[in-house]
Unconditional design. Structure first.
Length: 333
């Protein structure tokens, strides 16, 4: 008599409940060290105008994010069939194991990320900064799978802050309005960000009115005779210059001070200005330079230099954390 073996039991793995990100020792011990030197340098193939994608991946892989991805923690707990973080962990493993002199091709990640619905068709050139923002957003979505949904924006924001992305890249950008008449600083609204777009100084003589824009375009066109790429305007600038320009005060005319209740026109030459400042420093600072300006045809190709070490202390607003979550015009009690 023949006996049949019992059918194997189908084991269904239930997804683990969502847990907030806990700082990983592998990340923390490598943030302020020379651990980048231990990360290999592996080339990435251009698989169809994907140079923008490759450069962002190379930057992200040579930092603290590498030490998280190489451990593969996310993939062990993730049960999604299409997950960007899992794709990144697979890619990091390929990157680390690639023989010297060879390269890898990030096809799976590129096909998953570059789709028509996000305005980034595969095979076309795209902006590197926009891709980085999209990648970090997709990572956020993956890391929030299974998290409870909240109707409150503040609760949802607090939950997003308990993720890997905000642990590494997150910072607070605070708007502060200062009245020169009475010295009062109106607590501004705080906005969380994982990357900053730094504008370059506008070329000499340019402003936003249409006539000067036309003159600038004509001048720029004449200046580009014999030039093949971009617009060169003056000497080089530093990242510190652009950060100072980014947080420089902007005069506002129709704003009424919350303390003295006067407008700038009523203060005899004194101003009311709005400026932005960092409330805290991110572990990984992501900056993009805006090299396009109205009235110019082509990119602003002025060189921007940077040192190996960047001191963010001059750009941090003292006590600006006190304004987080407070409405405009609320005074200290």
């Amino acid at each position: 008599a023949t006996t049949s073996k019992p059918a194997p039991k189908l084991v269904v793995r239930k997804p683990r409940p969502w847990q907030p990100f806990k700082p990983d020792e592998a990340i923390e011990k490598n943030i302020d060290s020379d651990a980048v030197a231990s990360i290999p340098c592996t080339g990435m193939a251009n698989i169809g105008n994907t140079c923008f994608l490759n450069c962002i991946l190379q930057c992200l892989f040579h930092g603290p994010l590498w030490h998280y991805l190489i451990e593969g923690h996310h993939k062990h707990e993730c049960h999604e069939s299409a997950c960007v973080v899992c794709d990144l962990e697979d890619l990091v493993q390929q990157y680390a194991r690639c023989p010297k002199g060879k390269w890898i091709a990030p096809r799976t990640l590129a096909r998953r990320m570059l789709t028509e619905d996000v305005g980034m068709d595969f095979g076309h050139m795209h902006d590197a900064h926009e891709f980085m923002a999209l990648l970090l957003d997709r990572m956020l979505v993956s890391n929030l799978k299974g998290a409870p949904e909240h109707d409150s924006h503040d609760l949802q924001d607090a939950q997003e802050c308990m993720t890997l992305q905000h642990h590494l890249f997150g910072s607070l950008l605070v708007n502060v309005v200062e009245c020169e008449g009475c010295g009062y600083k109106t607590p501004g609204r705080a906005e969380r960000s994982v990357a900053f777009m730094l504008p370059m100084h506008a070329p000499n003589g340019m402003n936003d009115d249409s006539s000067s824009g036309i003159r600038a375009w004509v001048r720029g066109a004449a200046q580009r005779v014999g030039e093949k790429v971009g617009v060169v305007e003056g000497a080089s600038e530093t990242i510190e210059d652009l950060l100072r320009y980014f947080i420089s005060p902007v005069e506002i005319q129709d704003y009424r001070c919350d303390r003295c209740h006067r407008k700038a026109a009523d203060m005899g030459g004194k101003r009311i200005c709005m400026r932005e400042a960092l409330a805290d420093a991110p572990r990984v600072l992501a900056l993009a330079i805006k090299r396009f300006c109205g009235g110019h045809f082509g990119k602003l190709s002025k060189p921007v230099t940077f040192e190996e070490t960047l001191d963010l202390a001059p750009f941090i607003e003292p006590n600006s954390m006190n304004s987080v979550g407070r409405g405009d015009g609320e005074e200290d009690s």
